[in-house]
Unconditional design. Structure first.
Length: 135
């Protein structure tokens, strides 16, 4: 493709098309810029801080984030007005997409980040039920 025609095509692209193109070709500088963005810079793309925090939480669930990452996302979400029910709602909303293994792994991390100790919630005389345990 001639340089002028290519430049015209790229110039006609919408911002989202340009972003997707640059990510699809693994534009190193563009990716580095995205990864270095502060929360304030991201706000220009997603203005709702509560939504940003809930999206971060969904990504952590999908990618098996660390407890510290969960704590950061939960703190941001709560500070932006989300409730614990909203946070648990994210976990249940992504369950069918990410699968049971990720959701089960994420549950204690999310519980710890909201201050709920899963192990102390069980009656010591009654073990938790599991699909693997048949009585």
């Amino acid at each position: 493709m001639r340089s002028e025609a290519r430049d015209a095509l790229i110039g006609a692209m919408t911002d989202h098309a340009r972003t997707l193109r640059r990510l699809a070709v693994n534009d190193d500088r563009f990716v580095a810029t995205l990864l270095a963005q502060s929360d304030g810079e991201i706000a220009g793309v997603c203005a709702d801080p509560q939504l940003r925090a809930l999206l971060r939480l969904a990504a952590l669930i999908a990618d098996e984030g660390t407890p510290a990452s969960y704590q950061s996302a939960v703190n941001s979400a709560l500070a932006a007005g989300a409730t614990i029910e909203d946070l648990v709602g994210v976990l249940t909303a992504v369950a069918a997409t990410v699968g049971s293994t990720r959701v089960v792994a994420a549950a204690p991390r999310l519980a710890g980040a909201v201050g709920f100790e899963v192990d102390t919630a069980f009656d010591p005389d009654e073990p938790p039920t599991s699909a693997a345990v048949r009585t």
